[in-house]
Design a protein around this ligand. Structure first.
Ligand code: ZN
Ligand code: ZN
Ligand code: FE
Length: 761
């Protein structure tokens, strides 16, 4: 009788793959076994050749919904004695790597059981099965078996063990399987109050939320701070306690019906919102709902997500109104992971805690996506997605660690052609973030068994030095490959589209180091994965006060007025409302070139414009002014651009920032409404970038354009430019897998380093 060994690569652990193989083997009348090893799944089967072929075919086409089969490798083996039976064998541990499943939102079967009073898991906050539940967040090491997860401390009761052992049960080999008798539990705690009984704890949580309190809730990948999203007072209190005056807060809604009550939503958006990754999705809110206005001030959209754990489902059903669910952290620190961490860090932010005793091993924030006219695009790629790799068209001969950027940090380990992008690490300006960074690099390295030999890094000197220090013992003797920030943006866009260039790259963002030591941020490159040439930029302007200008864009606005008009027109509102001492300081800084670095940053140009139009003189989070400018402009699009021209100095095309500023100033003095000026500002950038693309196509013969950088989170800019370019038959590459902002930088760095090494440089 013919026998075969079959090896399967891909996301095949923790997704119900072995039970599926078991059932399939029975259906085809085959004997043999299946087991996980640390590199995927191994199968040995024996039976008639036609059955073996049919079995192999069905392995691919009938694979469980969460599995991603990448390769099926079959080889004949000698006849075996399987006793005519098919078994599931225990896992074999050996070095190597397999793919780790991201965490998965509660499935519909579990949801139904959760609210079935007859079910033994009725309202049990940790119900899960092979199709859903925690994965990456609880995995300590591979292979994915219970003893390698944080569920190891809970011993299965007989009922759960029976399910676990029964190949025909939905919980067959469901590693986090649990029930109220044997699994994790929750408790409620506030000053002088402790409810350890599950029902009492849930009731208390509900009452405290309803009566306008802030709850710290332990979730899947970290803690959330939660409060009633329809209660303006408590939303403002949360902002005050978190020192987060304006940055949008995510809202969790009970189900799709509730989402439709509060938001306008397309079918494409609905599909993303209800996907197994259940990200936060930016949606346009309906007007006149009872949602607190403090949720997302000045924004066109609000961040909405559905419940993704049983605990969330219970809380949302009970309260039956939207809840703010924002990361449980102090400003710019990582999301709290352990109970001790939460107690120290969130104690003064929350009125009460809803705890549980399932440990979170890998901390992971919620993912954030938006849907544009170009389809879904991530803003933060984290829970539900990491650590699933991105398949590249390029292959690294040695593993590469790319350490990303200083803001919105992620890192990336490239092994062969698989890019393992980390979860969101965050802003790298405090010790806690660096601890999270090194801890995660260590864990990814262990999990995927890769010892990187190359470290790809940004040109940012402080960030690079700190990172190299932190990695010194972790990744010893690595070769460092420096990579320019905007080249990395363009490369990340090329890489995720499996393109290698050359392409015309439009990299528009806030800040990135240029090789000339100045701050770049509005860059037009001709680039492939190996190299780039800067062919255009925004005409540079100054940042009077440097760091101060980033928090206080009105400084940039005054500076640009001085640079474009030679004076501060006294009848201009922005001039009248700023204090004389500030005007004087800016003037001195510019005239004497003191602490006023030059920049071509597109993000800062948006900021300056927002201040000019009276929207906002100071910002409390990155991108705030630009977002408000977009919100203001949206109702007036499309509109004619200003009559300004590209210019060319020293081989560089330039978008005339001063010319645009002059046009806007005269519009203001003439009395044009700010919203209309904001719209013409967008239209002008789109028109100039489009013209530039056409000229560059003529000059270079390159028809492929890559759009990257945080500014492309602006829908008007992205959609306007895309439309213009596609009408003229450009091939336009955009982001659909990694963020267009700095969260995608590490992928670009890894791809560039791989291209360098392949080229023997
Ligand atoms: Zn389930
Ligand atoms: Zn049990
Ligand atoms: Fe950037």
């Amino acid at each position: 009788m013919p026998a075969q060994h079959i090896h399967i690569d891909g996301v095949v652990q923790g997704v119900g793959f072995r039970p599926f193989v078991y059932r399939l083997a029975h259906a085809h009348g085959l004997a043999g076994w299946v087991r996980n090893n640390s590199q995927g799944v191994d199968i040995q089967v024996m039976g008639p050749l036609s059955s073996l072929d049919a079995f192999a075919r069905d392995l691919e086409i009938q694979a469980p919904p969460l599995a991603r089969v990448q390769a099926i490798i079959r080889r004949p083996i000698t006849e075996q004695d399987f006793n005519g039976e098919f078994h599931i064998m225990t896992s074999q541990e050996e070095p190597g790597f397999t793919l780790v499943s991201p965490d998965v939102a509660t499935c519909s079967d579990c949801l139904q059981e959760l609210f079935d009073p007859q079910n033994r898991r009725y309202r049990y906050p940790f119900i899960n099965c092979t199709n859903c539940g925690p994965r990456f967040s609880i995995i300590r090491s591979l292979p994915y078996d219970r003893h390698n997860t944080t569920m190891a401390t809970f011993h299965l009761c007989n009922a759960c063990q029976d399910e676990y052992n029964d190949p025909l049960n939905r919980r067959f080999h469901a590693q986090p399987n649990a029930c109220p008798h044997c699994g994790p539990h929750i408790w409620f705690e506030a000053t002088d109050i402790l409810f350890t009984d599950e029902a009492q704890a849930l009731q208390a949580a509900n009452q405290w939320l309803k009566s306008g309190h802030i709850l710290a809730i332990k979730g899947l990948g970290g803690f959330h701070l939660a409060c009633d999203a329809t209660n303006e007072r408590i939303v403002q209190a949360l902002r005050k306690r978190k020192s987060r005056p304006h940055k949008p807060l995510a809202v969790m809604m009970r189900d799709m019906d509730m989402v439709r009550d509060y938001c306008k939503i397309s079918l494409e958006e609905e599909a993303l919102l209800t996907s197994s990754a259940t990200p936060i999705l930016l949606l346009e809110p309906k007007s006149a709902t009872d949602l607190a206005t403090g949720i997302a001030p000045g924004q066109r959209s609000i961040g909405v997500m559905l419940p993704y754990t049983p605990l969330h489902h219970i809380l949302l059903r009970d309260i039956n109104r939207p809840l703010v669910m924002t990361s449980g952290n102090r400003q710019n620190e990582p999301i709290a992971r352990t109970n001790e961490e939460a107690r120290t860090k969130l104690g003064h932010l929350a009125d009460a805690f809803l705890w549980h005793n399932r440990q979170i091993h890998n901390r992971i924030d919620d993912s954030v996506w938006m849907v544009t006219a170009d389809g879904p695009t991530p803003i933060r790629r984290s829970r539900g997605e990491a650590p699933r790799p991105i398949e590249l068209a390029i292959e690294a001969t040695d593993p590469i660690l790319a350490i990303g950027s200083q803001m919105k940090n992620t890192f990336c380990i490239l092994i062969g052609s698989q890019a393992f992008l980390s979860q969101h690490i965050g802003e790298m300006d405090d010790v806690e973030s660096w601890d999270f960074f090194t801890e995660s690099v260590y864990r990814y390295r262990e999990l995927f068994g890769a010892q990187p030999k190359i470290i790809a890094h940004d040109l940012h000197p402080d960030f690079t030095l700190t990172a190299m220090d932190a990695l010194e013992t972790l990744i010893p003797n690595a070769r460092a490959v420096p990579i320019q920030h905007h080249h990395a943006h363009v490369a990340s866009c090329l890489a995720e589209n499996q393109a290698s260039g050359p392409a015309i790259g439009l990299a528009l963002d806030g800040t990135g180091y240029g090789p000339d030591g100045t701050i770049w941020g509005g860059e037009i490159l001709v680039a492939d994965l190996k190299s780039y040439r800067r062919v255009g930029r925004l005409e540079p302007f100054h940042l009077p006060g440097n760091e101060a200008a980033i928090h206080q864009p009105v400084r940039i606005s005054l500076g640009l007025l001085l640079e474009s008009l030679g004076q501060l027109p006294p009848n201009l509102d922005v001039v009248q409302r700023t204090h004389e001492s500030l005007r004087r300081a800016v003037t001195v800084q510019l005239r004497q070139n003191l602490n006023a670095p030059s920049t071509s940053s597109c993000g800062r140009f948006f900021d300056a414009t927002a201040a000019l139009l009276g929207l906002r003189d100071t910002v409390t989070y990155e991108g705030q002014a630009a977002i408000e400018l977009e919100t203001l402009a949206a109702p007036h699009m499309p509109i004619d651009p200003y009559p300004v021209q590209l210019d060319r100095t020293r081989q560089l095309w330039q978008l005339p920032t001063r010319g645009i500023f002059r046009e806007m100033t005269s519009d203001i003095l003439w009395g044009a409404p700010p919203a209309e000026i904001a719209a013409r500002f967008h239209a002008t950038l789109i028109a100039l970038l489009f013209q530039l693309a056409q000229r560059l196509r003529q000059e270079t013969g390159i028809n492929q354009i890559a759009l990257s950088g945080g500014c492309f989170q602006n829908r008007i800019l992205l959609e306007g430019l895309l439309h213009a370019l596609r009408v003229q038959d450009f091939t336009v590459l955009t982001h659909h897998q990694v963020p267009t902002n700095d969260g995608g930088i590490s992928l670009g760095q890894a791809a560039i380093a791989a291209a360098h090494i392949t080229a023997g440089q």
